[in-house]
Design a protein. Structure first.
Length: 442
């Protein structure tokens, strides 16, 4: 629960970029949401660092950074009264901050994030594979007693918890190595998200003051997310529990604490016990795709009456559950009926592709098979420049796309669907290179 996309994903994508053209990794670059792509880092505000566009406004000049860097110790001194109000001992504050120097590499990492836009199937390929499924199943078995107890206490499906563990950090194998106090102090004093990170810095101090996690273990991603399920310090404060009753809420080295804290987070975000996240479904070609707009929530039974079937031919276990229909890759790809819990997973990390990877990995860990329907792998993700052009061209044609920002959000998709309907195509809202080409025409 960390920072936009998962730490693991960030590492995988960085590796793919280093590999460059050699690796048969499809084309690149960014946008939260399943319009085809997702931002690897800082995709959204809630769990995320909120740094999707970098730490520093272009307006924050190199000079300003130098000034703020020179002022770092004074900044920490100014933060002391806030720390005191939270019960941090003076001597502790002095010890933890006196040798602290800003980690300027973080600012670089934030400002130079390559544009990694990829189609949704790339994310699923990267995050849900045989090795990750096998490892997850073994861990569910090894920690069966813990998962039994966590499920009883919080009513959150163990497979979803294990999937978050797997997707965030490859089950704790990759959690990041940056001291959280240093990262959050840097961002609390330098850059444009200082007030956001001030809270994270102060919450990190509280973790140390309470002795929940020892300083040398409080390490994580550059945005300050730590542990196997990547808690941000403020999320830790809200959700962490001492499930193994040793007196410390150790979400780093205690698997019971980490899993129970993650379950507590999901439950407090509204997890409905006994409900799945969603189902892969078959959408008939004659279906009215205008209904697949993410806002229309109908009962499963109502969707069935409209012709939606479960992929693979099974039945839906709970026909009264309300769901919305998502077709992440349009009419050519699989459809999904998404239940309330899908939204809860998205609160954990606000990207549809991320939530879909969690849901799908959870199903695989439970013993279900791969997706039944193929993805349209012949399509590619549009680059940022192409997405901006797509929006501009829709706007020029009189469609209301909101702000031209390169993010293919609900309004852009709605406009795209109207355009598709007008030219006699299936209005599935999936932005393809072909559609952009068509928009360039008369
Ligand atoms: Ca504990």
């Amino acid at each position: 629960m960390g920072k936009g996309a998962s730490y693991l994903l960030t590492v995988l994508l960085a590796a793919a970029v280093v590999d460059g053209g050699r690796a048969q990794q499809p084309s690149v670059p960014t946008d939260p949401g399943i319009t085809g792509t997702v931002t690897p880092i800082g995709a959204g505000e809630p769990r995320a660092s909120g740094l999707s566009r970098g730490s520093l406004d272009p307006a924050v000049s190199a000079d300003a950074v130098r000034r703020m860097t020179a002022d770092f110790q004074d900044c920490l001194a100014r933060l002391w009264p806030l720390a005191a109000r939270r019960g941090i001992a003076r001597a502790h504050y002095a010890r933890w901050t006196q040798a602290l120097v800003p980690d300027l590499r973080i600012l670089e990492l934030m400002d130079n994030q390559p544009e990694f836009t990829r189609p949704v199937w790339d994310y699923l390929d990267l995050l849900v594979n045989d090795a990750r499924i096998e490892k997850g199943r073994a861990l569910l078995e090894r920690h069966r007693t813990t998962f039994d107890a966590v499920e009883r206490a919080y009513g959150v499906d163990r497979h979803v918890l294990a999937a978050i563990w797997g997707v965030e950090t490859d089950y704790g194998a990759l959690t990041g190595e940056r001291p959280v106090l240093r990262s959050t102090a840097t961002l609390a004093c330098i850059g444009r998200r200082q007030s956001y990170f001030r809270s994270e810095f102060l919450a990190a101090l509280e973790i140390l003051e309470h002795g929940d996690v020892p300083p040398e273990r409080l390490v994580g991603s550059w945005a300050g997310a730590f542990g196997p399920t990547q808690f941000m310090p403020t999320s830790f404060k809200r959700y962490a529990v001492d499930f193994d009753h040793d007196g410390r809420r150790d979400v780093v080295d205690s698997i019971p604490d980490a899993m129970a804290s993650t379950a507590n987070n999901l439950r407090r975000d509204g997890w409905i016990s006994g409900q799945s996240w969603g189902y892969e479904v078959v959408v008939p070609a004659s279906f009215d795709f205008m209904l697949a707009d993410g806002r229309r929530r109908l009962s499963i039974a109502e969707w069935q009456r409209l012709g939606i079937m479960r992929a693979g031919g099974g039945t839906f276990p709970r026909s009264d559950d309300r769901a919305f229909l998502l077709v992440p890759a349009g009419v050519q790809g699989p459809g999904f009926l998404m239940l309330h819990n899908f939204r809860v997973i998205m609160k954990y990390n606000p990207a549809e592709a991320y939530a879909l990877a969690i849901g799908h990995l959870a199903d695989r860990l439970r013993g279900e098979g791969p997706l039944v329907q193929p993805w349209p792998r012949y399509e590619r993700a549009l680059s940022r420049a192409e997405r901006l052009e797509l929006q501009q061209r829709l706007a020029q044609r009189g469609y209301d796309i909101g702000v031209v920002d390169g993010d293919l959000g609900a309004r852009t998709r709605a406009a795209l669907r109207e355009f598709q309907a007008q030219i006699g195509r299936v209005p599935d809202g999936f932005a393809t290179a072909g559609l952009l080409e068509r928009l360039r025409g008369p």
